[in-house]
Design a binder for this molecule. Sequence first.
Ligand code: ADP
Ligand code: MG
Length: 817
Amino acid sequence: MNPPEAQLRKILELERRKGYADTAVVGGLDRYLKNLIQRDNLGPRSPVTESIMVLPTHGYASLPREERQRWLARTLQLLGGAVERPAAASTVQRARAAAARPKRQPARPAVVAPEPTSAFERPVTALKGVSTALAAKLARLGVATVQDMLFFFPRRYNDFASIRPIADLIVGEEQTVIGAVWSAQDTPIGRRLRGTEALVGDETGMMRVVWFNQPYIAQQLRTNERIVLAGRVTLYKGQKTLENPEYEPLESEELLHTGRLVPVYHTTSGLAGRTVRRLAKQALDAYAGALPELLPPDLLSRNRMLPRTTALRQMHFPDGWDDLKAARRRLAFDELLLIQVGVLERKREWQERGLAQPLRLPEEMRRGYVESLPFALTGAQQRAMAQTLADVARERPMSRLLQGDVGSGKTVVAAAALLAATASGAQGAMMAPTEILAEQHFHTLCRVFGCSERTISVATVRPDYLSKPLTIALLTGSVPAPVKRELREQIAAGDIDIVVGTHAVIQEGVSFHRLGLAVVDEQHRFGVMQRAALREKGRNPHVLVMTATPIPRTLTLTVYGDLDVSVIDEMPPGRKPVETRWVPPDERDAAYEFVRGQVQQGYQAFVICPLIDESETLATRAATQEFERLSSEIFPEARLGLLHGRLGAQKKESVMRDFRDRRLDILVSTAVVEVGVDIPNATVMMVEGAERFGLAQLHQLRGRVGRSDIQSYCLLLSDSPAPDARERLQIVERTQDGFALAEQDLRLRGPGEFFGTRQSGLPDLKVAQLSDVPLIELARTEATRLLDSDADLARPEHAQLKEEVSRLWERVTAEAH
Ligand code: ADP
Ligand code: MG
């Protein structure tokens, strides 16, 4: 230990003996520390400096006794030599205390009130040289605390690692030069600009350096000073030149801006990239060392992961590209693991809340049902059915996502599970987002089970494979109130076996006698949190979520990570693929002629108006105008209908009904029509402004047609397609595979666009890529392993992980509400 540190140690020990009263030195410890730094010129990496950095602005004197004790113990530790552990709560103890909190406590941000003593939660002004004005600029970048600074990662790196003599510089490459300033002056550049022009030389030659618009640099460069310059080398009038290079004096203790892989951060106006870089460095030097490791050692070594602190340092100031890669992998893994642990915990909580009633479909009934269908099941349907039936037969409540492209035949699979419920003396519910979809399911179930008697809202079916008849009820907002009341009573008494209806009506107004299974349709906009809320409603039913949106595997592992997944990836035979064509502007009239021809043959068509900046009001206006134009100018002979988001629910439903029942030939609509209504007689889907839709969305729209064996068409219109828009539309032209399109969409637009991040229930990812399937799978495996071995993350080596998982999910929950 060198002298100032040895002296400090003595003083701190005295302070401890005197009971943390700030009486060890005259004038107080703060003044002593300040003098110590100034007098002895300690570098940022001295333990003394590091320790002082974590003190609040008003110093040791401002700390309560307990925190003085903690700070002092830590500083003594940094100074070397064993010390007793402070009595105050350690991270581990804090995490344990957090773990002891009652689980069902509603998550409110207040619960996550930051640990007041955590150095990482300090405002950025705790960093040297950060004024309030600078802090305001940093806040614009989302950096408010020291921790934010540590996790504010570069957006890219300049490769200034290769240092070359001037004579060896290669034009066009990013390189670093060390040289002496020969001259530097503030000079006019071009007609209006001023800048700095300098000559720099080393023993191999001379070069010109210019900084546009930065005449003040001339004052900062002293003649004969040795500086390091980094940038791309260009040729100017045959002479090697550096334009606007990064630069720093050679005496810099460690090269930050040159001579290495130099981080480039997002900045905002009035905030120089150099400043952000310097602050990142300072935050790393002063704080990163104290950042607790998130992962247990065995996990780290098993997967050859960098320690967290190392990864953080390498992320900002990598020693090389490989180090950067390793750092990214580690930090991305952390993000994904936190998600996985959270999602799996939720799944387990749900499963442990209580047992579900096992629903068994006797084999002869299953066979009877399958044989009664007017078609043979596809292989994918058989698989999904087997998985679902096996799941509901267990006591552990099922939580399954049934994915299948539009028309792939999910209803038949769900119906088998509903049969299992009724065969076991339980009730089933099937919920849809709109009335018309609920009606559609009602009809489909009646058909699938071979309906015998029915009224508008109740059907009785007696399939011969069942020993007793089944009663199915339809419960939507437009069922007359007295009928509704009666149905509710019958449902509560257990006289109705299967209830089909809208989410709203079933979730709010119905109590079941014995609900064994809830089927939820078209719920792709439901995130983890919404599902959790849904489950709170039922006692403990099995849940089957059906979605027609092909969901990329990476999302089923994350956003849908609390669900098991069945995929129907095969279409019933005989379906003709929807012929899809991009229509260039000059063929618009031909497209209208084509639609007219289809209508004349008795088929129907959709015309979808463009998305307008997410504003349904503008979209509505556009759709209304288009409707009027098409009605009067283009298709005066046809019957047109108009559908948009501003119509009331009833009006919307009645327009859809008119179209379904063929009272309309052409339906002009905004994108609201996207969700799955089955209109087998519709053969044309015409999409205006197609370039504004996502690929998955276009595929959804296309799925509205081609629902029978008649050839159907999808026409994509786009008046001013940029080359890349054109390219995207051609992808839709080429492929009918919804999964492939969804993957593309996710890659092109990111998860936020794909789902709306808010709704997805997915925390922001800074480093991890949702396209990185292997890493997501690794996180999944490790999360499972962790929870298998330590279900409550109660072991000390899991304490930090536990704390961060709960902090993350409390935030996500708060945002979802
Ligand atoms: P979705 O998956 O879009 O909900 P549905 O379950 O509504 O699809 O099925 C679409 C149509 O295909 C229905 O009319 C259904 O009867 C029919 N269908 C389902 N499975 C098959 C099959 N294996 N072979 C032929 N037609 C089928
Ligand atoms: Mg469907």
